[in-house]
Write a protein of this length. Sequence first.
Length: 378
Amino acid sequence: MKINGGFDVAGGIENCMWLSSSSTSSALRRQHFLIRTLCASSTPQTSHNQMERVHCASISVPEADAEGVIRKITPVLDRTRHKGQAGRIAVIGGCREYTGAPYFTAISALKIGADLSHVFCTKDAATVIKSYSPELIVHPILEESYSVREDERETVSSYILAEVRKWLERFDCIVVGPGLGRDPFLLNCVSDIMRHARQLSIPIVIDADGLYLVTNNIDLVRGNSLAVLTPNVMEYKRLLEKVLNCDVNNDNQSEQLRLLSQKIGGVTILRKGKEDLISDAKTVTKVSTFGSPRRCGGQGDILSGSVAVFTSWARRYVMSGIPSSETSLNPLILGCVAGSVLLRKAALRAFLSQKRATLTTDIMEFLGQSLEEICPAE
Ligand SMILES: NC(=O)C1=CN([C@@H]2O[C@H](COP(=O)(O)OP(=O)(O)OC[C@H]3O[C@@H](n4cnc5c(N)ncnc54)[C@H](OP(=O)(O)O)[C@@H]3O)[C@@H](O)[C@H]2O)[C@@H](O)CC1
Ligand SMILES: Nc1ncnc2c1ncn2[C@@H]1O[C@H](COP(=O)(O)OP(=O)(O)OP(=O)(O)O)[C@@H](O)[C@H]1O
Ligand SMILES: [Mg+2]
């Protein structure tokens, strides 16, 4: 049974551990019944009915119990664990223009609790990224067209793939796109890396220029149940145009998101915005915890690193003999929900401290404290 065509009640709300406790109450089910009735009786002709439909579109998406998810999936700091067990993340991104974005993604992964964070970037970007932080393992191996002669391209591209392959299977999740740029030769090499990661069943978060790549070649992710797309407003618009051949429908955002995911074979999509909407074609959920009114660049980069770490933790949680009622949970949705709320909480803390001067680096500094507040280390 679907509410407003957007959320499967039988398979979603009643089995769904990530919903807030109030969402599971019979009162809420009654409310949803009323909403369905309202939606069924509304017609698009009158402005009054249009208002009802807008109301339906936003109220029918259940808010995730995102903090509850974080508490469930975050591993305890067990003294017997060895380096790497809390997560090895890799970022494929960083070129001449953009060095901040891959840094934000990779360092956020460490600040949340991953043990190792790698960056695969172009040679020009590598020294700069290394100089931001000694914590990151930086591989200067990607090449842009300007640095490779036409007759060398095939050899260079095989070399790049071989170098990345040496590492790939060690990663719990890779993030493709932050600061990657849009050079055609570089994007071809990254397509090969993505295909290889898929063969190895490595979860992959696709953001920024990775979304540009995927939007122009949907088959790179179609049907990949281990892929998460994290589009911002413009990236989402481009995806919709390409895949569903339509514009954003503000009257029924959740159903449109669900359809988009379905058309790409159930790939998980986190649509960023005032509210983050998350869907894997079966369910739609949202995170709308208040974050920061500052819209400084780089917050999406923190989010992709954060989703990568939480997704790898959620996969372990889901695979580790949890109660059978929870085994149907999609760990990628859990990862998105957790990443979204943590970024928002950190952004709020940073804003309260820095106000108009808030920068992405300030938000990053509050990731640890915000996680501690939800899920204390000891
Ligand atoms: N410090 C660094 O190194 C950082 C580097 N970054 C890297 O930059 C690369 C390109 O990524 P991107 O996000 O700038 O590209 P894209 O999707 O084309 O958007 C560009 C245009 O979209 C629009 N627009 C955006 N939001 C909108 C909204 N809410 N509502 C309406 N419009 C909106 C807006 O258009 P405008 O307002 O200018 O007309 C904007 O100019 C990528 O590699 C990324 O990782 C970033 O991560 C930041 C930190
Ligand atoms: N209008 C908004 N109000 C509140 N939070 C927002 C708003 N827009 C985006 N966010 C939050 O900020 C985070 C980053 O989203 P944003 O749309 O800025 O990504 P982005 O454009 O990819 O960022 P980046 O500059 O890193 O590329 C998301 O988690 C989202 O929840
Ligand atoms: Mg972005």
